[in-house]
Design a protein around this ligand. Structure first.
Ligand SMILES: NC(=O)c1ccc[n+]([C@@H]2O[C@H](COP(=O)([O-])OP(=O)(O)OC[C@H]3O[C@@H](n4cnc5c(N)ncnc54)[C@H](OP(=O)(O)O)[C@@H]3O)[C@@H](O)[C@H]2O)c1
Length: 255
């Protein structure tokens, strides 16, 4: 039982693996023994992160270029990982973006852009990796949702929240469709996480206090707060868990 969280010998793909959250989740999977492939558009950034993580954990990390809005590049990524490592056991979909826009003025091309990455992008990676998992007879998929997936919020987040709601229902539906293939599909739902993109909030004492005061546990989360839930969902410890979102949110969605 003591090894139920270990990932030794497992092959993991982390889309958005050089991003604030993706980087830390790739590190966490690697620390627990997985060989990790990080993938997104910026190969230089990916390669730098891969080197950094490999130095920390000693486990092999590869970087492969991929754009989730281009299905051929997702298919090529999956082919490349399978040809190098033989299979994919774990997928973490940690790519994504937010375009905050006033709802009265929302440019619909921005709406399409965010849906293309967050929703269609999540599905297209699930689809191609899911086929490998189906053929192997097992797999663990972890999509990145958000507390915004179940709670409304002001500040121009209408498209972002809608994409995260869609990610949650895609997760539940794939969980049902792929349960007969022993593929677990779950999601993580963070509240605000401090990353390079949100560090200005932590650096502004007034703003940081405002965000922290909305969290029952009284602080804003760091990317490391997500490692435990991610490793749990990737490991044998969660074999009987599918279709769930774990809100790593300091209690925000409890109320
Ligand atoms: N940070 C938060 O407060 C927070 C809270 C809740 C949920 N989340 C969710 O967690 C996930 C990660 O967020 P984050 O804060 O780590 O964001 P981030 O630092 O901006 O990282 C997102 C990553 O997505 C990749 N990406 C964007 N468009 C892509 C595309 N077309 N194809 C492939 N990769 C693409 C980017 O890499 P390239 O530029 O190299 O493509 C980037 O590294 C997102 O789904 C986000 O919605 C974040």
């Amino acid at each position: 039982m003591k090894d139920i969280f270990r990932l030794d010998g497992k092959i993991a793909v982390v889309s958005g693996g050089a991003g604030g959250i993706g980087e830390t989740l790739a590190l966490g999977l690697s620390q627990f023994g997985a060989k990790v492939v990080i993938a997104s558009r910026n190969l230089e950034a990916l390669e730098a992160k891969a080197r950094e993580i490999q130095e920390k954990t000693g486990n092999e990390i590869a970087a492969i270029q991929m754009d989730v809005t281009d299905e051929a590049s997702v298919s090529a990524l999956v082919d490349e990982v399978v040809s190098r490592y033989g299979t994919i056991d774990i997928l973490v979909n940690a790519m994504g973006l937010n375009l905050k826009r006033d709802a009265f003025e929302f440019p619909m091309e921005d709406w399409d852009t965010i849906f293309n990455v967050n929703v269609k992008g999540t599905m297209v990676v699930c689809k191609h990796v899911g086929r490998v998992m189906r053929d192997k007879g097992h797999g663990k998929i972890i999509n990145l949702s958000s507390v915004r997936g179940i709670r409304g919020y002001t500040g121009g987040n209408s498209a972002y929240a809608a994409t995260k709601g869609a990610v949650e229902l895609t997760t539940k539906t794939l969980a049902l469709e792929w349960a007969p293939h022993n593929i677990n599909v779950n999601a993580l739902g963070p509240a605000l996480v401090i990353t390079p993109g949100t560090i200005h909030i932590k650096n502004d004492p007034e703003l940081a206090k405002k965000y922290a005061s909305a969290i029952p546990l009284g602080r804003i989360s760091e990317t490391e707060d997500l490692i435990g839930a991610c490793v749990y969902l990737a490991s044998p410890a969660s074999d009987f868990v599918t279709g769930q979102t774990i809100y790593v949110d300091g209690g925000l969605t409890a109320g």
